[in-house]
Design a protein around this ligand. Structure first.
Ligand code: TPP
Length: 561
């Protein structure tokens, strides 16, 4: 059947289960947008910034373990979205970007907003697919999804010239390629069992690839818990994956986040076997390549990640397994734990004791604003078992990881690589995908004005996130880094911010705005925010700058002007 390229692309998206796309419209792909709207099978979420649209699409993808879809205009539109594409690339998050392009007859003329996307995106996408012939349009969509979702997931861009959408073709819809995954080799399993049996102090890190599998199959959590309990293994969720293990599980071996506190990392370093299960072992997780050391780990390393190009890329593991981490867990359970696994109980309990001590809900008083710990602990009391928590990047995030008792039934979304701007859009996406459930977003005053404009999108589409702003009047993380690296230099002018009244700002969007100025107002302010439910709430917290993170304070308070 002959049909337009635009129609063929929409049917191809439908074939890939796409039910919503995030965009800022542009004339370069108006033929596609209008066809989607006319056909009315896919919801178009119109955003305020392309980074917002792409962060939302990435979050939507993570919530379904499918590639989310963003549509952006050529040149400036795509340029605005780069931060989210970069983040998805580092975070191994599947994402399909549909990018407008100038008309084919003008290629190479530096026509209005023209850009060579194969060059521009070469280092932050898995592939750029340029569609210049109507016949390959559907094949391009199918390839984009397959590449975005396979191996190490990531972003793929499909570049669509403005004049191609009205071309007609009789090419059929190219159906989705079946998902490809593999289980462990028998020889490798034998070796893994041998190593595990011999280990007195093994440590299991769990990360993003296991998280992705859990989205499709909740049995992942049950199996992980069974493995930990029967084989006597401590389990440590890695940076920005805190909900992979229940915080109060006795086998919790401590959160392997950014800069693990000394008491915990020193004990972790006593491990005699490290098993990374679905964790890439990034700079952050490996504590800047010091645990494990790169390229040769200081202890035996088993690296399980579903992509042979990744296993062995940075670290030289003693055993590399390019397969599904869940399959490894299931295979170990099937083999049965060794009879003397319980000999490791002291090791497990020792780590767990440190973990619990670190997470004690205690904090020091502050004189220059609310200690954000008080707010986060109060919010933790209100969080439902199926809540979604999103986080922007910044030091306020350390309070979440210290004071929120995450559970496997909850969802946590953030840019793992630490891009600012993702928190609010991810909360909007979570509200759309998980209607009727609690969504709480944490963001600093810096991040709030970087991408807080997407509150308008939340209002437009009827989602009701609670957006908690830690307003310490500074880019606090950078202030901290300056202070630590150059303690004698005056640092504040380079990081200080003058902010609006964020509660009043929220009200101009039609959201609720609540301000917390003092610790005595925390309980009532938080309760009021959770009671709203029908529209977005901004909980504006005037927080201490002296308490620079959950773990650190300025010793020289005089350095805060
Ligand atoms: C897009 C982007 N720009 C800059 C940075 C560098 N950066 C990391 S944290 C941070 C400060 C965040 O400030 P704020 O949102 O106020 O949170 P705080 O650290 O004060 O808690 C900056 C500028 C970044 N990670 N991402």
């Amino acid at each position: 059947m002959t049909q337009s390229v635009a129609r063929l692309i929409v049917e191809s998206l439908e074939a890939h289960d796409v039910d919503q796309v995030f965009c800022v419209p542009g004339e370069s792909y108006i033929g596609l947008t209008s066809t989607i709207v006319e056909r009315n099978s896919i919801r178009v979420i119109v955003c305020r910034h392309e980074a917002g649209a792409a962060f939302m699409a990435a979050a939507d993808g993570r919530l379904r373990d499918r590639a989310g879809v963003a549509m952006v205009s050529r040149g400036p539109g795509l340029a605005n979205g780069l931060v989210a594409i970069h983040s998805a690339y580092h975070d191994a998050t599947p994402l399909v970007m549909l990018v407008g392009q100038v008309e084919r007859k003008d290629f190479g003329r530096l026509a209005l907003q023209e850009q060579n996307y194969s060059v521009l995106l070469s280092d932050i996408t898995k592939q750029v697919i340029e569609v210049n012939e109507p016949e390959v349009a559907s094949e391009a969509i199918a390839r984009a999804f397959h590449i975005a979702e396979s191996g190490t997931p990531g972003p793929v861009a499909v570049v669509l010239p403005e004049d191609i959408f009205d071309d007609v073709t009789d090419a059929p819809v190219d159906q989705p390629r079946p998902a490809v995954s593999s289980g462990p080799r028998v020889d490798d399993l034998d070796r893994l069992v041998e190593m595990l049996n011999a280990a007195e102090r093994p440590l299991v890190l769990v990360g993003g690839a296991l998280m992705a599998e859990a989205v499709r199959d909740p049995a992942v959590f049950k199996d992980l818990n069974t493995l930990a309990e029967t084989w006597s293994l401590p389990v440590s969720p890695t940076h920005r994956r805190p909900q992979l293990f229940d915080v109060d599980h006795p086998n919790y071996g401590g959160y392997m986040g950014i800069r693990v506190p000394p008491a915990l990392i020193n004990e972790m370093k006593r491990a005699d076997l490290l098993i990374a299960l679905g964790e890439r072992l990034t700079d952050t997780v490996s504590q800047a390549y010091s645990f494990p050391t790169a390229p040769k780990p200081q202890l035996p390393l088993v690296h399980v990640w579903p992509d042979p190009n990744e296993v062995g890329r940075v670290f030289r593991p003693d055993l590399g397994m390019a397969c599904s981490p869940h399959e490894v867990i299931k295979a170990l359970i099937a083999r049965g734990a060794p009879k003397d696994a319980s000999r490791r109980q002291d090791w497990v309990s020792g780590l767990n004791k440190i973990h619990n001590a670190l997470l004690a809900k205690e904090w020091e008083p502050t004189t220059d604003g609310v200690n954000f710990a008080a707010v986060v602990c109060e919010i933790d009391k209100h969080l439902a078992d199926d809540a979604t928590v999103t986080s922007d990047a910044g030091n306020f995030g350390s309070f979440l990881h210290r004071y929120i008792g995450f559970k496997q039934s909850q969802v946590f979304l953030a840019s793992v690589v630490g891009a600012m701007g993702g928190g609010v859009p991810m909360a909007v996406a979570a509200g759309l995908r998980r209607p009727g459930t609690q969504v709480v977003c944490f963001v600093g005053d810096g991040g709030a004005l970087m991408m807080g404009n997407e509150i308008a999108t939340a209002i437009q589409y009827g989602t009701a996130p609670i957006i908690v702003i830690s307003d310490n009047s500074m880019y606090g993380t950078i202030g901290m880094h300056s202070y630590v690296r150059y303690p004698d230099r005056p640092i504040m002018d380079g990081t200080r911010l003058t902010n609006p009244d964020f509660a009043a700002w929220a009200r101009t969007f039609g959201a609720e705005g609540i301000t917390i100025r003092d610790e005595s107002e925390v309980a009532a302010g938080v309760a009021k925010a959770f009671a709203v439910k029908t529209k977005p709430v901004v909980l504006h917290c005037l927080t201490s700058a002296i308490q620079m993170s959950a773990w650190r304070r300025y010793e020289r308070a005089d350095s805060i002007p």
